[in-house]
Structure formats: structure tokens, C-alpha cells
Design a protein around this ligand. Structure first.
Ligand code: UD1
Ligand code: UDP
Length: 352
């Protein structure tokens, strides 16, 4: 089969690495990068570290408003799909690149496989929620990471072509965990000791675009009593500068450039706790057995909360400080993201 895989944003490079490795054992893959993320530290570094084949196409779409960015992708992807005429299009996650890829393919009557299907936060103000719902409803094959995702699809009437395969990010984690330990020097470079620091990532518009929320988050981090390492997403840097908060960072907060994947997982693995509004980081904290404090009021990854390893605190200073000081998972972890062989299962289903 000829399979066109569409990626564009940081988490999609990480998700595609284990799947692409599998697909190429039996199929021809054409890799299309929309160019949604383009800085070296947001894109190329992942291709290098994870040995992802160089994209066959980089559409160079770049940043823009939702409509302009998604629209530009739609046209450019359509051109490539018409030229390549693949048997199947694979899309990942919930970004604008996901929606554009799925929609372009569906309109050309090319079957669509969605990896990480069925996730819902039930918050339509999140741009990703709109992307998830629409992508799932134009997809023919829906590869779900969790049982909750399967149930979410069933509740919307989608039961055909649904496969529970586990989470491809667990495949990536298992493959790279020891490599990260061996190659990354991030703790030494940042100057923190294992178990004696926190890690924070923030990039959701509901936080970054709201000065009050960002001031509350930074204020809480200032009360952590330990170093907080903050690999900063370019969007967040831009917003903090606009809010006049970048120069006003609490002394214990160490802002660093976005990290490569190996540095990021080693940094998280040895943290006392992780604070984040990222979807992927919530999951990885769970996989690494590190308590997670989520700076949102809802999450798609409800299992991590139900298991007691993740707590939702929104962007409220007191709740964040309280969680930094007192949140402590009491229970053993349950297996919620599968067996770390999602890539293999996806290949087998596709081949069949
Ligand atoms: C996007 C996804 C989000 C995902 C995140 C992963 C959508 C709607 N959002 O959010 O779901 O969690 O990626 O990181 O698709 N920028 C740079 N350099 C880059 C990329 C972005 O400077 O390489 C800056 C630009 O100012 C840009 C802003 O970041 O306007 C936002 O980028 P964009 O891709 O639109 O959304 P993200 O916030 O990255
Ligand atoms: N990540 C990374 N470097 C960073 C921040 C995150 O490699 O500085 C990784 C993280 O480990 C996870 C993925 O990027 O694998 C999550 O992406 P992000 O938080 O940008 O998006 P989301 O998962 O929220 O869509």
C-alpha cells in the first residue's frame, strides 16, 4: 500500500516515529510535513533524535490564524494527495494539521486513518476539541489509545473501523527511555539535582492568552520552594513578553528553550512533580510514574486523574500551590495506555 502520513506539530513528530518505523516494514510511506511548526527546536530536532525519515514534502505553511493556517494547509495537502494518489492517509492527534489532512483526504475519497482517535475534553472552546470531533467523523479507521476513547466514539455513533491499540506515545517512551538516560545531560546543563526540582510546560491559549492566568501560574511557581525548569513554547514566550511578564520571572524559575525529546523525558523522569497544560506531557508523566499537576479545568486523559496520579487545578494560584506542596498519588498505577505495541498493532490492522 502507498500510505501518506501527515504531520506538522511537535507532538505529531513524536507520535509518528514508532508508527512510521512499523509502516515502512510492509508499505511505502510518503511523509508530508505541513510546516505548522518550523523552528529547529520545535521540528527538526525530533527528526534527528528519533531518526524519522526526512519528509518527502514540507509545505512550509507556518503560523497564522486558525482559518488561514488550516485553509492554506488544506489546499497544499490536496495538491500533494492528487499528485501522489495514496491508498490511505494517516493523521495524528488533534492539531490544525490533523484536521486539514483528514478533510483534504476525505474530499478526495481517500480513506483516512486517525491515530489517537476518540479523545474528548468536552470543551468546544479548545481548538483541539473541534479538530478531534471533525477528524473522527471523516475518518474510516479510528485507532484509539484508551477504552474511554472507544466509548466516546460509540456515544457519537462511531463504532465501525474502531480499534483499541494503546497509545503510540508509550511505544516512543519505551523505545527512547534508556537512550535518553544515556545521552541526555539536561539535568547537569540546567543545574538541578534528581528529585529536587519541578518541570513546567504551558502553551494552551486559554492560559497563554490570558494575562491573569499566566500571572497566577508564575506566582504559584514562585512559591514552589525549589527550582522550576520551564522549557518555553515559542507561543508562550511571545505571550509572556506581550503581557509584560517575561522580565518578571520568579527567581527560582529557570526558563530554557524548548527541549528535544530525549532531554524532555529525562528531565521529567527525575522531577519531583510535573506541572503542565499539555496533553502529551500529562500522559508521559504517568508513564514515568511522576505526579502531574494539570493547569486546566478538564482533560482528555481522564484515566490519569482517576488513577490518582494527575490533579486538575486550573490556573488558580492557591490550588496550584496546594498541589505543589501536598498532591501525592496514593495508589499503584493501573495499565491504561496499552502494552507499548500500538505501532505494531496499527501496522497489522492496516495490512489486514
Ligand atoms: C499547536 C496545536 C496544539 C498543540 C501544540 C503542540 C493547533 C490548533 N494547536 O499549538 O494542539 O498542542 O501545537 O506544541 O493546531 N511558533 C513559533 N515557532 C514554531 C511554531 C510556532 O514561533 O516553530 C509560534 C508562532 O508565534 C505561532 C505560535 O507559536 O503563532 C502558535 O503556533 P501554532 O502552531 O499556531 O499553535 P501552537 O500553540 O503551537
Ligand atoms: N516536549 C518536548 N520538549 C519540550 C516540551 C515538550 O520534547 O520542550 C514533548 C513532550 O515530551 C511530549 C510532546 O512534546 O512528547 C508534547 O507536545 P506539546 O506539549 O507541545 O503538545 P500537546 O501534547 O499538548 O499537543
Amino acid at each position: 500500500m502507498k500510505i501518506a502520513s501527515i504531520v506538522g506539530a511537535r507532538p505529531q513528530f513524536i507520535k509518528c516515529a514508532p508508527v512510521s518505523r512499523e509502516l515502512r516494514k510492509e508499505h511505502k510511506e510518503v511523509l508530508i510535513h505541513t510546516g505548522q511548526h518550523y523552528d529547529h527546536g520545535m521540528s527538526e530536532v525530533f527528526f534527528e533524535e528519533l531518526a524519522i525519515p526526512k519528509p518527502d514534502y514540507n509545505l512550509g505553511i507556518g503560523s497564522g490564524t486558525h482559518g488561514r493556517q488550516t485553509g492554506a494547509m488544506l489546499g497544499a495537502i490536496e495538491d500533494v494527495l492528487q499528485k501522489e494518489n495514496p491508498d490511505l492517509v494517516v493523521v495524528y492527534g488533534d492539531t490544525n494539521s490533523t484536521l486539514a489532512g483528514a478533510l483534504a483526504a476525505a474530499k478526495l475519497h481517500i480513506p483516512v486513518a486517525h491515530i489517537e482517535a476518540g479523545l474528548r475534553s468536552f470543551d468546544r472552546r479548545m481548538p483541539e476539541e473541534v479538530n478531534r470531533v471533525l477528524t473522527d467523523h471523516v475518518s474510516d479507521l479510528l485507532f484509539c489509545p484508551t477504552e474511554t476513547a472507544v466509548a466516546n466514539l460509540a456515544a457519537e455513533g462511531i463504532t465501525e473501523g474502531v480499534f483499541l491499540v494503546g497509545d503510540v506515545m508509550l511505544d516512543a517512551m519505551n523505545y527512547n527511555r534508556a537512550i535518553a538516560e544515556e545521552r541526555s545531560r539536561v539535568l547537569e546543563e540546567v543545574g538541578v539535582r534528581p528529585g529536587e526540582y519541578f518541570v513546567v510546560t504551558v502553551h494552551r491559549p486559554s492560559n497563554t492568552d490570558d494575562r491573569e492566568n499566566m500571572a497566577a501560574i508564575l506566582g504559584a511557581l514562585g512559591e514552589a520552594g525549589r527550582p522550576v525548569v520551564f522549557p518555553i513554547h515559542p507561543r508562550t514566550r511571545r505571550c509572556l513578553a506581550g503581557h509584560g511578564l517575561l522580565a518578571d520571572m520568579p527567581e527560582n524559575v529557570r526558563v530554557v528553550e524548548p527541549l528535544g525529546y530525549l532531554d524532555m523525558i529525562r528531565l521529567m523522569a527525575h522531577a519531583e512533580k510535573v506541572l503542565t497544560d499539555s496533553g502529551g506531557v500529562q500522559k508521559e508523566a504517568y508513564m514515568l510514574g511522576v505526579p502531574c499537576i494539570t493547569l486546566r479545568e478538564n482533560t482528555e486523559w481522564v484515566e490519569t486523574v482517576e488513577a490518582g496520579w494527575n490533579v486538575l487545578v486550573g490556573a488558580e494560584r492557591e490550588r496550584i500551590v496546594d498541589a505543589i506542596r501536598h498532591f501525592s498519588p496514593g495508589s499503584r498505577q493501573m495499565r491504561v495506555f496499552g502494552d507499548g505495541n500500538a505501532g505494531v498493532l496499527i501496522r497489522k490492522f492496516l495490512t489486514k
